[in-house]
Each structure stands twice: as structure tokens, then as C-alpha cells.
Ligand binder design. Structure first.
Ligand code: SF4
Length: 343
């Protein structure tokens, strides 16, 4: 068992099963998640005998970074190889004030959104809690060498987080624990393509910010480009967003990739504005990042600006997200381009 993947509560239960007092769990949790040790022998305030007995049945396996691709804008894509040889990616996105890490929640993705490279690669498996948390620690190590720290985490990498809800929630509980890295849940955002029946659990157990990969403002179009919409159509998704436990604290972000001639007309903008008002949300407009084999094209800058203006004129906060890491395939919808391998 990899202890890196246990929440404080689970670690406490594990220690009690070893006839250890509760405070041992806190000690171990601090070593694993605050100091990020990789050997039990580094846990200096734990007796040698106990370390040996824990070592016999547990691991602290960390992720191996197999490739690093640094873009000119400072965005860095980390390719990591898992124990079963599946490959996942995480992306460090620095700016002046903060450093955001985009993490993966699955190896591949089963949802097959038609504009997304990851979806085209197919699905391998859900990531374990240790593998999700491990991406943060691997990236933190890199960032610390520049005397900075990861300040924000977004679950927007490979995979659909809410098809791996249990592990995603546990990873957030570990990352926000006072005895670990102590991230604020306000600095963590989970992005979903719209698995509406999981939103309540996510919000009530973590309180993290919510982003929705919307990309179309009608069921007709969303059915075509995001097949998950057939299972959770817009009206069902919108009800779940309105009822999301942390919704009142921070506005939900609707992510909208602009695809030339598909979803970028004035009529599309008006429909999106209506939905955004109904949800009291805000919009991130994302230029499409092309990849080999796709028939989609990015909307022109002129069209993107006109689309934004239509939203802003309706008093909607609509930000055009700058494409980051494009030349190293680290941008949105491109993860998995370089080295995703089937085990
Ligand atoms: S956009 Fe997200 S949910 Fe859709 S296929 Fe890509 S990774 Fe999966």
C-alpha cells in the first residue's frame, strides 16, 4: 500500500491497526505530505522498529518524470511514467503572481469530446490518489528550485475528474490538510465536462471551485461535440451547477473553446450569455489549440474579440484565456500529444 495515497483519517485507521497511537498518523502524514520524504528512514521522530514494520507492508512510491518540455512563455509540461508504464502529463503554468499546476485525473479519457486530443487517445484507467497527489509533489520540487511554490491547482489535465470522483476528492483532502501542503480549497479548481450527478458530492466534501467545459450553448451542438451531453443534457447540468455547494462563494467558470464555424457565431454568443446569466457564472473563452488529425480550426482573432464583446455588452465577465505552452503541446485539449503510451 502506498501511504502517499491515504487521507489523514485513513492513515489514522492504518496506524490503529498497527496498535499505534493516533498521533503517529499525524507524524507520518507530516513526513509524507509536508516534508515529502521518499524513504521511511528519513522519518526521524519515528522509532527504527516502527519504521521497519511500516516499511515491510507499505511504500512511498513517487512518480517518475520522464520528459520535461519548457515553452518560451515559461509553461512546462511534465510527462510522468506510472508503475504500470501508463504515461500522464501535468503542466506548470507560471505567471508573475502565481504558479498554477494543471493535473491529470485519468490516464487518457473515455469521454471522446471531438475537439480534444486526450479524448482521441482513448482511456486507460483512473489514477490512484497517490498518483494525483504525486503530480503536485513532483512539480513542487521543480518549482522550489526557483524559490517559488505552486499556488493554484486545476484539475484540467488528462481525463474527466468526476469519473474518478472518490480519488479526486481524497487527493484534495490530502492537499488541503493542515498537516500536509495546506492548500486552500479556494485555490483549487475542478473542471468537469458535465458529470452532473457527481457535483454535489464534490462540492460538499471539498468546497473547491468549479469549472465546466461547456463549449456549446445548445443540446443539439453539445450532443455532437461532447457526447456526455446525451447523458447529462444542459438543463440537468445547469440544475446541478446552481445547486453546487460552493457556487455562491465563487462564480462557476464556463470554459468555451471557440471553434471556427461551429460555435462562434453571434447567435451562439447570445445563447451562451443567456446560460451564463441563468447560472450567475463567468466565461473563459479559449482559443482552440490545433493538433494533428483534427478537422477543427481556431476562430480568427477578430471573431474571438467580437464574441467576447457580445458577452461583455450583456454584462458578463468574459476573459480570453491566452494560449500557454502551445509549442510544447501543453495547452488545453492537447495533453497526451507527445508520449501517451498504452501499457
Ligand atoms: S475535453 Fe476533457 S472530458 Fe472531453 S475528452 Fe478531453 S479530457 Fe476528456
Amino acid at each position: 500500500m502506498n501511504l502517499r495515497g491515504l487521507t489523514m483519517q485513513e492513515l489514522t485507521e492504518e496506524m490503529l491497526a498497527l496498535h499505534q497511537p493516533k498521533f503517529r498518523a499525524k507524524q507520518l502524514f507530516q513526513w509524507i505530505h509536508q516534508h515529502r520524504v521518499v524513504n521511511f528512514s528519513d522519518m526521524l521522530n519515528v522509532s527504527k522498529e516502527l519504521r521497519a514494520s511500516i516499511d515491510a507492508a507499505h511504500t512511498l512510491t513517487q512518480l517518475t518524470i520522464t520528459e520535461r518540455h519548457l515553452s518560451q512563455d515559461g509553461t512546462e509540461k511534465l510527462t510522468m511514467t506510472l508503475e504500470d508504464k501508463s504515461v500522464i502529463e501535468a503542466v506548470i503554468i507560471p505567471d508573475k503572481k502565481r504558479i498554477t499546476l494543471c493535473v491529470s485525473s485519468q490516464a487518457g479519457c473515455p469521454l471522446n469530446c471531438s475537439f480534444c486530443k486526450t479524448g482521441h487517445l482513448g482511456f486507460l484507467r483512473n489514477l490512484t490518489v497517490a498518483e494525483i497527489v504525486g503530480q503536485v509533489y513532483a512539480a513542487q520540487k521543480i518549482v522550489e528550485k526557483q524559490e517559488r511554490r505552486i499556488t493554484n491547482i486545476v484539475y484540467m489535465g488528462m481525463g474527466e475528474p468526476l469519473l474518478n470522483t472518490g480519488n479526486v476528492i481524497k487527493s484534495i483532502q490530502i492537499l488541503t490538510d493542515d498537516f500536509g501542503q495546506n492548500f486552500s480549497n479556494r485555490k483549487i479548481t475542478v473542471s468537469t465536462a458535465g458529470i452532473a450527478d457527481q457535483l454535489h458530492q464534490l462540492g460538499s466534501e471539498t468546497g473547491v471551485n468549479l469549472a465546466i467545459s461547456l463549449h456549446a450553448a445548445t443540446n443539439e451542438l453539445r450532443d455532437k461535440i461532447m457526447p456526455i451531453n446525451k447523458q447529462f443534457p444542459l438543463e440537468v447540468l445547469m440544475k446541478a451547477i446552481r445547486e453546487y455547494p460552493a457556487h455562491k462563494r465563487k462564480k462557476t467558470v464556463l470554459e468555451y473553446i471557440l471553434l471556427k464555424g461551429i460555435n462562434d457565431s453571434a447567435a451562439d454568443a447570445k445563447k451562451l450569455a443567456k446560460i451564463t446569466h441563468q447560472l450567475d457564472a463567468k466565461v473563459n473563452l479559449i482559443p482552440f489549440n490545433s493538433f494533428e488529425g483534427t478537422s477543427f480550426e481556431a476562430s480568427s482573432e477578430e471573431v474571438v474579440l467580437a464574441f467576447q464583446k457580445l458577452l461583455v455588452d450583456k454584462h458578463i465577465t468574459a476573459i480570453i484565456r491566452t494560449a500557454r505552452g502551445d509549442e510544447s503541446s501543453a495547452a488545453c485539449g492537447q495533453l497526451g500529444v507527445l508520449s501517451h503510451k498504452k501499457s
